[in-house]
Design a binder for this molecule. Structure first.
Ligand code: AMP
Ligand code: MG
Length: 328
C-alpha cells in the first residue's frame, strides 16, 4: 500500500512538473541565409530542438547557397550538371513544378538576372536593354531531374533564394515534431512558421508589416501554418531617384511593377507559401486572385501600391485589420 502511494506520488509530481514545463520558453537567434532568424520553442524539449534547428539551418544554407563553393547549387551552376542530395533534387523538382503552374512568374532560373542587377553581390547596377536581353537568354531554361542527378540546359543557372527559407521552416517544423515540441514560432526574415498553437492553446498572432512604415497592416491568427511575406520594401536600392527591388518579373528581367507592395501567403506547406509569395507579387492582384481561385492549399493577403488591403475569403475568420476587401 505504502509502495503504491509512493508510485502515485511520483506520477503526480511528474505530471505536475510536465504541466509546468509546457510554458517554458527557449529562444535562439541565428544569422543564416542573409537573415536574422529567431526561433522559439516551448516545453521541456525546446532547448534540444533549437540546437538541432540551428544545425539544420546551417546545413541547408551550406547546401542551397549558390555562392558557397561546394554547395549543391554551386556545383550544379558551375558544371551545368551534378549529382546532388535527394533532398536538393526534390526541392528543385518542386520549384520547377511551381514555375510551370505559375506560368513562369516564379522561376529559379532567374539567377543571371539577379547577378546583373547586383542583388547577389550588393554591387547594384541598373542594366541597359542589351544587358537585360543577354541575361534573359537562359531564363526559363530546362531543368532535368533524374533521381539525384540534375542537368541544366546550357548556360542556365539557378537561385533558390525565393524558396530556401520556406524549405528551412518546413524542416524545422518536422524537427520540432520529432522532438516532441508541439508549440513554437520561428521567424526567418519574412518567413514565419507557427508550430502548433500558443502553449495556452490559442492561435499564434502574426503581424503583417506595413510596407510603408514600422507598424503592422494587420494580424493573422494561425496554428500550424507558414505565413510568408514578399515585399518590394524588404530589399532594394535607389538609383537616379528610382527604387529597384529584388523581386524580378522573369518576363522582363526587371523588378516587378505589378501594383503590389507586399503579398503574404498562408499555407500548411512552407515551400509553397514561400514560392507563391514571390510568384503572386510578380503576378499582381488580378492575376494572383485568378490563380488563387484555380488552386487550393493557400490563402493570401495583398497590400497594393494604393495601400488597399485585400484578403482571400479563407482568411475571413483569422485576419484582423482595419479596412480590407475580400476576394471570393
Ligand atoms: P522572396 O523574398 O521569397 O520573395 O524571394 C526573393 C528572392 O528570390 C530574390 O532575392 C531572388 O534571389 C529570388 N527571386 C527574385 N525574383 C524571383 C522570381 N520571379 N522567381 C524566383 N525567384 C526569384
Ligand atoms: Mg518567397
Amino acid at each position: 500500500m505504502k509502495r503504491l502511494a509512493c508510485i502515485l506520488l511520483v506520477m503526480l509530481i511528474s505530471v505536475l512538473s510536465g504541466c509546468g514545463n509546457k510554458n517554458q520558453m527557449s529562444e535562439k537567434t541565428v544569422f543564416a541565409m542573409d537573415t536574422v532568424m529567431t526561433l522559439k520553442a516551448y516545453g521541456p524539449n525546446g532547448e534540444t530542438a533549437l540546437e538541432l534547428a540551428a544545425e539544420e539551418i546551417d546545413r541547408l544554407d551550406r547546401t542551397l547557397d549558390r555562392g558557397r563553393e561546394g554547395s549543391d547549387i554551386y556545383d550544379l551552376n558551375t558544371a551545368g550538371a551534378a549529382t546532388v542530395s535527394r533532398e536538393t533534387a526534390g526541392l528543385i523538382s518542386v520549384a520547377s513544378e511551381i514555375s510551370r503552374k505559375t506560368e513562369g512568374a516564379f522561376d529559379i532560373t532567374i539567377a543571371p538576372v539577379m547577378d546583373l542587377w547586383g542583388f547577389y553581390s550588393g554591387e547594384y547596377h541598373v542594366p541597359d536593354s542589351g544587358e537585360l536581353a543577354d541575361a534573359l537568354k537562359t531564363v526559363g531554361g530546362e531543368i532535368a531531374v533524374n533521381g539525384d542527378s540534375v542537368t541544366l540546359e546550357s548556360g542556365t543557372k539557378i537561385d533558390m533564394g525565393a524558396i530556401a527559407k520556406g524549405f528551412a521552416s518546413q524542416k524545422i517544423a518536422e524537427l520540432f515534431a520529432e522532438n516532441g515540441v508541439t508549440s513554437g514560432i520561428i521567424s526567418l526574415g519574412g518567413n514565419v512558421q507557427a508550430i502548433g498553437s500558443k502553449p495556452d492553446g490559442s492561435p499564434w498572432i502574426i503581424g503583417i508589416q506595413d510596407p510603408d512604415g514600422d507598424g503592422i497592416a494587420g494580424e493573422l491568427l494561425v496554428s500550424d501554418k507558414a505565413v510568408v511575406t514578399s515585399g518590394g520594401y524588404q530589399r532594394f536600392f535607389e538609383s537616379g531617384g528610382k527604387t529597384y527591388h529584388h523581386i524580378i518579373d522573369p518576363s522582363t528581367g526587371c523588378p516587378a511593377e505589378s501594383g503590389l507592395k507586399s503579398v503574404t501567403v498562408v499555407s500548411g506547406d512552407g515551400v509553397l507559401a514561400d514560392a507563391l509569395s514571390t510568384a503572386l507579387f510578380v503576378m499582381g492582384l488580378d492575376r494572383a486572385s485568378e490563380f488563387w481561385r484555380g488552386s487550393g492549399g493557400f490563402e493570401a493577403v495583398f497590400i497594393t501600391d494604393d495601400r488597399d488591403v485585400y484578403i482571400t475569403d479563407g482568411l475571413l475568420n483569422c485576419f484582423d485589420g482595419n479596412e480590407y476587401k475580400v476576394i471570393t
